[in-house]
Write a protein that binds this ligand. Structure first.
Ligand code: FAD
Length: 170
């Protein structure tokens, strides 16, 4: 099966395609939650991510990061060594704290192959649909990643990605 088409705004990296069913290197998806440190806002996050896109692309890392109510929920996908190294860097970043590792799964295909990191501001979007989705996935209409189970967090991020793709007309 050919790799999923590249739909990000950044140029697709040359050479080795992102993904992976036949990739001999173990590929994982890691999900964690954290709390923004004082002074870290959505605009800080946008600054962080403008650098992170380049790093993630170089490392073949894809994923999604949702920010809301001062909390982060992020999924990182890629080769195990690259994702592990990135998580270790993120976990000691002083711009957030209370990093809670929710799940690490070996995967056969990526859920977010087109995004070197899709950043979503929870409070800026179709809130009616978002709240309905969050309620269905987590039993709460309030975005509180630290209270989600691993299964709820994964389902929520997958559905959020579907909503984002739909809005983008993909
Ligand atoms: P350096 O850039 O050398 O920074 C070292 C430390 O200095 C940081 O950990 C931080 O505590 C502090 N620091 C650096 N710049 C600033 C600043 N402008 N203001 C305040 N403190 C600062 N990186 C990725 O590559 N990919 C990702 O997907 C990714 N996701 C992230 C998600 C979140 C929620 C956060 C908070 C950070 C994320 N980062 C991501 C950034 C990551 O934590 C590292 O800062 C980055 O990977 C660079 O690593 P480094 O060791 O070179 O850190």
């Amino acid at each position: 099966m050919p790799p999923a088409p590249w739909r990000g705004s950044l140029p697709r990296p040359r050479g080795r395609p992102f993904l992976v069913a036949s990739d001999p290197v173990p590929t994982i998806r890691l999900v964690y939650s954290s709390a923004a440190a004082g002074g870290t806002t959505y605009s800080t996050l946008v600054d962080i991510m403008s650098q992170a896109h380049t790093r993630n692309m170089a490392q073949g890392i894809t994923g999604i990061l949702c920010y809301g109510s001062g909390q982060f929920l992020q999924a990182l996908e890629g080769e195990r060594a690259a994702v592990t190294a990135l998580y270790h860097r993120i976990a000691v970043d002083r711009r957030h704290d209370d990093c809670q590792l929710m799940s690490v799964d070996e995967i056969e295909s990526r859920a977010f192959p087109e995004w070197t990191m899709k950043v979503v501001n929870w409070e800026d979007g179709d809130m009616a649909r978002r709240r309905t989705m969050l309620q269905a996935d987590t039993g709460s209409e309030v975005f509180t990643p630290s209270a989600m189970t691993a299964t709820q967090a994964s389902a929520f991020l997958m559905h959020l990605a579907e909503l984002e793709r739909e809005l983008a007309g993909d």
